[in-house]
Ligand binder design. Sequence first.
Ligand SMILES: *Cc1c(COP(=O)(O)O)cnc(C)c1O
Length: 374
Amino acid sequence: MNERIPVCEPFLTGREAEYVNEAVTTGWISGNGDYVRRFEEAFSEYCGCKHGIAVCNGTVAIHLALVSLGIGKGDEVIIPNFTMIATAFAVCYTGAVPVFADADKDTWNIDVSRIEEKITKKTKAIIPVHIFGNPCNMDAITEIAKKHSLFIIEDAAEAHGAEYKNKKAGSFSDIASFSFFANKNLTTGEGGMCVTSDDDYDKNCRYYKNVCFPVGGSRNYIHEDIGFNYRMSNIHAAIGLAQVEKADEYRRLRKEHNRLYKEYLKNCPGIVFQADEKDSLNVNWMNAIAVKKEEYGRTRDELMAYLKDNLIETRLLFVGMNRQPALRKYGCFCDEDYPVTDFLSQNGFYLPSGSGLTEEQIKYICDLITGYSR
Ligand SMILES: *Cc1c(COP(=O)(O)O)cnc(C)c1O
C-alpha cells in the first residue's frame, strides 16, 4: 500500500453540505438560527436528555457546565489525571482548583477507588471523562457523589453514543459536556454542547452562554452577571444536525474498526488495548495502544517511527495533568506519583482511527506492527 493513512479525519457523508447551503442562502448564520435549535433537540434526544445547549467548542462546554452549577473560586473539582488538558483548564477558568486522580490500569478511565481520598471540604464536583469513548463506572461514581453531595459533570467529549447499562453517556450527570471538534466521532468542525435534564441548569447554561441576556425576557441591555459568548453558529449546527442523523452508523463503524484492530493484532506480543468497562458500550473514538517493550521487542518510539516511514500517521497520548507546568503554576497539587498515567503517556499512541478507514488499511497497519516485533 502506498498511500498516506491519516490518524483521524472527519467523516461527512450525510446532508451536511445541503444544510450548510440552506443556512447560507437563507442568511441565518448566527447563533440564532433554526439549525441550532434542531441540532440541540436532536442531539439531546439522542443522549436521552431533556435539554441541549449548543456552544462553540467542548472546552467551553465544560466551563459553562461548571459555571451553571455555581462552581468557582475556593472550590475543588476532582478530575482524572489522564485526560485532555481542556478538562483541567475549564476548571481553572472558574477559579476553582482541579485535583487529579490516577487512571485505572486496565480501562484507562479515572480509578474509582482513588476518588474518595481526594475529597476535602472544598470539593464540589467530580468530572469523570469517558476516555476514548469508554464510559466510566457511573454507578460507583454516582454513589460517591451522592454520599458527599457532589455534582457530576461527565466530560463526554469522546463518547457520543457510548452507553453504560444501556443508557447513553451524558445522561448520568447534572450537566454533561460534549465536543464536536473535527476528529471527534460526531463533528461540526469546532463545536460543543451541554446536555442536562434539569430545567434550572438548562436556563443557567442558556443565560451564561449568551452574555447573561435574560433568558426569554426583554432585552433592556442590563446584565446582572458576568456572562460569556459561547454561542454556536447556525452553520456549524447545520453540520451537526446532519451528523446526528448518521450517529448510529458512525458508531457502528468506529466499533467495527476497533474489533478489526484487536482481531488482527491478537497474536502480536506486547501490544495492549484499553479494556472496556463492565456493562458498557465503548464507542472507540480512538484506537489507542500501549507498547510493552520487553514483550514487543521495540519501544513505542521505534514503532511510531517505523509506521511513519510507511506513511501511517500516529499520535502520542495525553501527558498527565500532574506534569503540566501551567497547572503547577496555577497552584494545583502535582507532587504525587501517577504511575498508570505515566505508563500510558510513555508507551501509548493512537493508531489511525477515522470513521472512513477500510478493513484493508487496518489489516495493512496490523501486519506492519506484527512484522516489526522481535
Ligand atoms: C476534545 C476534548 C475536549 C475539548 O474539546 P474541544 O472541542 O477541542 O474544545 C475536552 N475533553 C476531552 C476529554 C476531549 O477529548
